[in-house]
Ligand binder design. Structure first.
Ligand SMILES: Nc1ncnc2c1ncn2[C@@H]1O[C@H](COP(=O)(O)OP(=O)(O)OP(=O)(O)O)[C@@H](O)[C@H]1O
Ligand SMILES: [Mg+2]
Length: 379
């Protein structure tokens, strides 16, 4: 997931004619198969033969229903691809039949427009599973500070406000020289309070959710950014105006995007690329994104994608594996809580965060749920 395409190998030689597409498909290490309208196999590449444990000549005489039980979620996906005529992907699909037993498979189905009802399926059990694993890790990382956050909030805030009040009282009666010290006490007390307030969000309180217009959230963050920390960095917006409401908590989503935009601005400034630095905010509707809800057969639909992209120097390699852990920072004055907070809030929303980073292009993508028909049905 990290630093994708950084290591592309370019070799130079005389141009040769392209191999035909079947040869390319066969060479792919990813299982690719084509099903006809009645779910008979039309094509399988070598990786698909291995994945399904049968040779291509055996498979071409069979239907998918010979391998899977009729209640397999794959058939629902196939029907959806055909009905909606769009690409659908499903993370963490399980095949649990006597002939095929596999778990945590990402399946992507796309309509093949040349032939009505034909669907191309791509199956993968590594990359997306890794995304999910990471997401769960982030979640547990966020959890690990939960208890501490609660203690801090209770035990630190009250005495702190006492200290602050006492310093304020003293300020009126001490000499001018000593006033400097009382101001220092007050300001430092404020700094600790801010930190504690940021930690408080890690508590396990259930969030209040409703319809949120994500463009208003982005607009608010843009205004805050341009009035403060990103005053000299242009912010470009590429929005899908027809995007439906997110099912979420507005204030928390402001906090999430604010943290991402602040990191983007800080990265651009640190890389010395302020002159041509740019932050891009993108919203889009993605049909296929679904996520299995652990411990159930239910799948959460996450069609709303909000992207924060910058052209800064990229996330340092040594930070990448621990990116969402609390207190991980490369900044002299950073607290390393920004992304831990992002992970916690998005996971409370039932959403997913994806990251891609390389020098000159870093992108955080939030996959968020839509308002359900009946909000009581949602997580
Ligand atoms: N857009 C980005 N480009 C490059 N590096 C990034 C980007 N976003 C995050 N990082 C890296 O991830 C680290 C962790 O980010 P995080 O927001 O959690 O903490 P922080 O920004 O250091 O501190 P805080 O947000 O608490 O002030 C950063 O210190 C930075 O090294
Ligand atoms: Mg930050």
């Amino acid at each position: 997931m990290s630093n994708r395409s950084m290591f592309a190998v370019v070799t130079r030689s005389e141009p040769r004619p392209m191999p035909d597409s079947m040869a390319i498909l066969s060479a792919l290490a990813v299982p690719v198969l084509v099903l006809a309208y009645d779910n008979t196999f039309r094509f399988v590449n070598q990786a698909a033969e291995q994945f399904l444990g049968l040779s291509s000549s055996q498979l071409l005489a069979m239907r998918m229903s010979d391998l899977l039980t009729p209640d397999s979620p794959l058939f629902a996906l196939l029907a959806q691809v055909r009905d909606a005529d769009v690409t659908i992907s499903d993370h963490a699909m399980s095949f649990d039949s006597p002939r095929l037993r596999k778990h945590s498979i990402t399946v992507q189905g796309s309509p093949l427009h040349e032939e009505s009802g034909c669907v191309v399926l791509v199956m993968q059990d590594a990359s997306a599973a890794r995304t999910l694993d990471r997401q769960l890790t982030f979640r547990s990382a966020a959890r690990s500070v939960t208890g501490m956050a609660a203690i801090l909030a209770h035990e630190v805030k009250n005495p702190l406000s006492g200290i602050r009040g006492a310093a304020q009282l003293l300020e009126a009666s001490v000499s001018e020289a000593d006033q400097e010290l009382t101001v220092l006490i007050r300001e430092e007390a404020d700094r600790i309070r801010d930190l504690v307030e940021r930690m408080e969000i890690f508590g396990e309180k259930p969030i209040e959710r409703g319809p949120v217009n994500i463009h208003r959230v982005l607009e608010r963050v843009r205004l805050l950014a341009q009035a403060g920390f990103a005053a000299r960095i242009p912010v470009r917006e590429i929005y899908d105006p027809s995007l439906p409401s997110v099912f979420g908590n507005r204030d928390q989503l402001v906090q999430v995007i604010l943290n991402l935009v602040k990191n983007a601005a800080e990265a651009i400034a640190s890389g010395g690329s302020l002159a041509n630095g740019e932050i891009i905010l993108i919203t889009a509707y993605q049909h296929g994104m679904r996520l299995a809800i652990s411990g159930t057969d239910q799948r959460m639909h996450l069609p709303l994608v909000v992207t924060v992209r910058d052209n800064g120097p990229g996330i340092p390699d040594d930070i990448m594996p621990h990116l969402f852990d609390p207190f991980v920072t490369s900044k002299p004055t950073g607290s390393g809580l920004g992304l831990a907070l992002v992970a916690k809030i998005i996971s409370d929303h039932g959403g997913l965060v994806e990251v891609d980073s390389r020098p000159g292009r870093t992108e955080f993508r939030l996959h968020l749920p839509m308002l359900p028909d009946d909000p009581a049905d949602a997580l």
